[in-house]
Design a protein around this ligand. Structure first.
Ligand code: NDP
Length: 286
């Protein structure tokens, strides 16, 4: 039998993209399963994006992740979207199907919900309060609402963005959506079950930074979860943990969304723990 020396190609398009750690975890997964797949981290500018999307087909790629500034720009290139990606209005994962058509998914929010489930927490019937109204907040809000959260409250510095996201939740999902202006040291709504930091506050190298909320309103019946994955134990999680809240790190969310991408591209169950350990190892020295 002749050997196959051709690698299956996946990767990420973004700008800036140098600090994106996805390749480390995806390639650890490919290696663990003995798959001849590669994940390439590629700088693709806004101007270069149309050519890069043509290259996805020309190079017979299996799929790509998209990060800033391409998550919305990719929409016209896709043949089909998942329900969540359609509501969110942004795609972070493109899959090239057998027939050459392009499918768009958003795995960020699904990764968030799955990381909570791995920690023994379901969003079903719960009230979720999200700090931030950007891309990550949008994906988390929509997936929580689709997974059965009864209420999603968005707290954001720019109130209009919180209002827009809350309206999206009310109109496109069965959950209630509410917006709050983020005033300094804002109290966490008392009915919150799951509190999420979906801002970049606390991300290395500014790991001393702390989202400005009144931590004394966090209680031991809340779950606190962060999107920031480096460091994995953020000050936000530390402070919430001190008040008795159960904490779930952004590293788990990153690994879970990466595992979903892996399965979408390879059709195989992802070695989630190996991928998560690799990420942990990657950030350990920082
Ligand atoms: P965006 O730029 O789209 O949104 C950022 C949000 O944070 C906005 O709502 C912004 O408020 C708010 N914000 C920014 N700085 C502050 C501040 N100092 N105080 C209060 N609010 C602030 O970013 P993304 O949503 O794409 O990403 C957010 C974070 O999520 C990043 O750190 C990213 O790395 C992480 N992430 C993690 C993932 C994971 O798997 N763990 C997946 C995806 C993202 P305003 O609207 O007022 O400007």
């Amino acid at each position: 039998m002749s050997k196959n020396y051709r690698a299956e190609l996946t990767g990420v398009f973004g700008d800036p993209v140098d600090g994106n750690p996805s390749g480390v975890m995806e390639e650890a997964g490919y290696e663990a399963l003995g798959l001849n797949y590669r994940y390439i981290t590629m700088k693709v500018t806004k101007d270069g994006f149309p050519d890069a999307m043509k290259a996805v087909r020309a190079l017979n790629m299996r799929g790509v992740n998209l990060t800033m500034p391409h998550k919305i720009a990719v929409l016209p290139w896709l043949d089909e979207l998942s329900q969540a990606a359609e509501i969110i209005g942004a795609v972070n994962t493109v899959v090239v199907r057998e027939d050459g058509t392009l499918f768009g998914e958003n795995t960020d929010g699904k990764g968030f919900v799955e990381a909570l489930e791995r920690a023994g927490e379901s969003v079903e019937g719960r009230r979720v309060t999200i700090l931030g109204a950007g891309g990550a907040a949008r994906a988390i809000a929509v997936e929580c609402a689709l997974a059965g959260a009864v209420k999603v409250t968005i707290v954001n510095r720019t109130l209009s963005r919180a209002e827009e996201l809350a309206a999206l939740i009310r109109e496109k999902t069965p959950a209630q959506g509410e917006a709050l202006a983020w005033e300094s040291r804002i109290a966490v709504p008392a009915d919150t079950d799951i509190l999420v930091n979906a801002t970049p506050v606390g991300l290395a190298p500014d790991s001393d930074a702390l989202p400005e909320i009144d931590y004394d309103t966090v209680t031991d019946r809340m779950v606190a979860s962060d999107v920031v994955f480096n460091p994995s134990r953020t000050r936000f999680l530390e402070e919430a943990g001190k008040r008795g809240a159960k904490t779930v790190s952004g590293l788990g969310m990153l690994a879970c969304q990466g595992a979903r991408n892996f399965t979408l591209w390879t059709g195989k169950e992802a070695p989630l723990e190996i991928m998560e350990d690799k990420l942990r190892e990657e950030f350990a020295g920082e």
